[in-house]
Write a protein that binds this ligand. Structure first.
Ligand SMILES: [Fe+2]
Ligand SMILES: [Fe+2]
Length: 262
């Protein structure tokens, strides 16, 4: 059995609020009775993509006793994400560094018999998302190299389907046909994980579960919830929350959602 904590949208911005919420979530995970196979943080890690936000996010997230994996969201900035959050060593060739810093940030890891592929769905300078051909080629290669017996979870920031909240639906992940085709040709892709929507939600994509992490920094206000004005998209008063995904030996996923007291 594999147990993964799924954290998203911490939006570290230098304020006490985002830091306290992120710290509370990570302290809760550190206080668990067992080691987790992984903690995934599916994007919008820094609110403005600034170096100092990533320095703080690094302290808050990577001090965890559990292995932590991250991918960027629309609020992140690839070059600063690499340099200040991941602390990837800079290239000796400035021109090469410039090129590599613009490439998508994709990572794969084996965790407790399962494979997690975290893809960069961000589009520099835009709020909606897409998996670039380079990322989809990378994902295809990961799946080719993974034994068919190993369940694979594919994560990214932007939900690749409608969640029925117009603001989020307008900045979701677009051009998702090839992602669905890749999943269709690999039966061991058992589910998709995303953030961005700041709401604990569950739906399907390509016939698999699509599990949406709640937001740490805020919670989406649904169209049928009270709004002070039409663009009042988020609850700021709801507690931060996370998901636990449990993957059993048959590759079936069970998700538990938890809110965390600050
Ligand atoms: Fe977000
Ligand atoms: Fe986002």
């Amino acid at each position: 059995m594999t147990v993964i904590a799924h954290v998203s949208d911490v939006h570290v911005d230098g304020t006490q609020r985002s830091a306290e919420r992120t710290r509370a979530v990570m302290a809760y995970l550190d206080g668990l009775n067992a080691d987790l196979d992984a903690v995934l943080v599916t994007g919008d890690i820094a609110d403005h993509g600034r170096p100092e936000e990533y320095e703080l996010a690094r302290e808050l997230l990577f001090a965890s006793r559990h292995p932590v994996m991250v991918c960027p969201g629309n609020h992140d900035e690839r070059a600063a994400f690499r340099e200040f959050l991941l602390r990837e060593p800079p290239s000796k060739e400035p021109s090469l560094k410039d090129l590599s810093s613009k490439e998508p940030v994709n990572h794969v890891r084996d965790v407790g018999g399962a494979v997690i592929a975290l893809c960069d769905s961000s589009i520099p300078g835009a709020d909606d998302g897409v998996l670039e051909d380079e990322t989809l080629d990378w994902l295809s290669q990961v799946l080719k190299e993974t034994p068919e017996t190993a369940p694979v979870l594919v994560g990214f920031h932007h939900p690749p389907t409608l969640l029925h909240e117009p603001f989020i639906d307008g900045i979701r992940q677009f051009r998702t046909k090839r992602l669905a085709e890749i999943a269709d040709s690999h039966n061991n892709v058992v589910g998709f994980l995303c953030g961005h929507a700041h709401t604990a939600a569950a739906t399907t994509f390509a016939g698999r579960p699509l599990l949406v992490a709640p937001g740490v920094v805020s919670t989406l206000r649904l169209p049928w919830e009270q709004r002070a004005h039409p663009e009042d998209y988020v609850h700021l008063d709801q507690p931060p929350a996370i998901a636990f995904h449990v993957l059993d030996d048959t590759g079936r996923i069970t998700t538990h959602y938890r809110s965390v007291l600050v």
